[in-house]
Write a protein that binds this ligand. Structure first.
Ligand code: FMN
Length: 349
């Protein structure tokens, strides 16, 4: 009897050791690391990079990192999950590049599971993959040049899940001007909210040294600001973070863009936020490939009263406006940094 138990114990221990070894081997799987590295190049609100990854035998789980939440501007974590959706899309495109089929599921409204199956016949989408490292949020004033209709149609042709809708508004149309007014109204609310400004300044990275230290947050360089000593940068920024300066800047930016694009969901659910993020990332990568630049004007979506009014006036009252971007042409801007992707990988159990 004793001998039988001892043999069973040995088998169980061997199994546990084997599974642990397998987990560790998978955790060092260069294909999976490559996918995570590319996922981390996704955009995120205030460049918080609110993602954590767990590598399993044939899947990668993507978890929200709530220590990077933005409770004032994003109290429901909607933008956080949109950011995770963008990261998920990058991960899937990178998986395809390495010959994997991916299947995405949102589990219990809490994390994203990407099942990965090696498929030698799988065609990679290299055109989109090559744009992952090139894409950037371009916060500059654009050239004013209009995007041709056939380029807009190419973006419209990107496949969309039925839970997400995308609306394009061309500069010069009535709706474009109305949306611009909701952006200014959003600025007015946010710039008079001390909690909003405190949260925003917490994520400002004021000069090169500051930015290189954290490798996250809103880099001074992406706003076109000079690299000056911290006290001076803080002084300059404190003068810029107010309703009048924000609206003056946004007027120029909106007047120089070609289109605004509004992304909505049918329901306000985690699953649909993730789906919207995946769609958004595909549109961003495709437009990057076409030489079109983008930046966010998300203020009206972040203020619920404005969002409701906007949806109603745009005759999409039964949808949830979630992301608003502007598109156009502009000179390349400095890139936002990322933390080392390895620091976002959770240890295997
Ligand atoms: C869900 C989401 C919301 C965002 N909201 C804003 C915004 O309101 N204003 C803005 O200037 N940028 C916004 N951004 C852009 C981020 O600031 C940007 O992605 C981040 O700084 C990283 O820079 P990158 O996109 O150039 O890599 C948003 C991005 C995401 C994914």
């Amino acid at each position: 009897m004793d001998e039988k138990y001892s043999r069973m114990r040995k088998i169980i221990v061997a199994l546990v050791v084997f599974m642990g070894l397998m987990d560790n081997i998978m955790a060092e799987n260069p294909d999976y690391l490559f996918m995570i590295e590319n996922a981390c190049k996704a955009p995120s609100g205030h460049n918080t990079q609110p993602w954590l990854f767990k590598i399993r035998e044939s899947e990668i789980d993507i978890y929200p990192d709530f220590s990077k939440e933005l409770p004032v501007v994003d109290p429901t974590h909607r933008e956080l999950f949109v950011s995770l959706g963008c990261a998920t899309e990058n991960l899937c495109i990178a998986a395809q590049e390495k010959g994997y089929e991916s299947d995405v599921k949102v589990v219990n409204d809490s994390f994203i599971r990407v099942l990965l199956t090696k498929d030698k016949k799988r065609q990679s989408d290299s055109l989109l993959f090559s744009q992952i490292a090139v894409r950037q949020t371009n916060k500059s004033v654009y050239s004013g040049k209009e995007i041709p209709e056939d380029s807009i149609n190419k973006l419209k042709n990107i496949s969309i899940d039925p839970s997400v809708s995308i609306y394009f508004y061309k500069r010069g149309t009535v709706d474009y001007e109305r949306i611009a007014d909701w952006v200014y109204a959003g600025n007015s609310l946010q710039m008079n909210d001390e909690a909003f400004k405190t949260e925003l300044t917490k994520w400002m990275r004021y000069n090169k040294r500051h930015q290189n230290k954290t490798r996250d947050g809103l880099s001074y360089a992406t706003f076109g600001a000079p690299n000056v000593p911290l006290f001076l940068a803080k002084f300059i920024m404190s003068k810029a973070i107010n309703e009048k300066t924000q609206n003056k800047g946004d007027r120029k930016k909106i007047a120089s863009a070609s289109h605004m694009v509004l992304f909505t969901t049918k329901d306000n659910t985690v699953e649909q936020w993730v789906t919207l993020g995946r769609t958004l990332e595909r549109i961003l990568l495709r437009s990057t490939q076409m030489g079109i630049v983008n930046a966010y004007l998300n203020q009206p979506n972040e203020e619920s009263n404005i969002a409701k009014e906007m949806a109603s006036q745009l005759q999409i009252a039964n949808e949830y406006p979630t992301i608003l971007i502007r598109l156009g042409y502009g000179r390349k801007m400095p890139y936002s940094l990322r933390r080392d992707f390895r620091s976002c990988i959770l240890p295997v159990e």
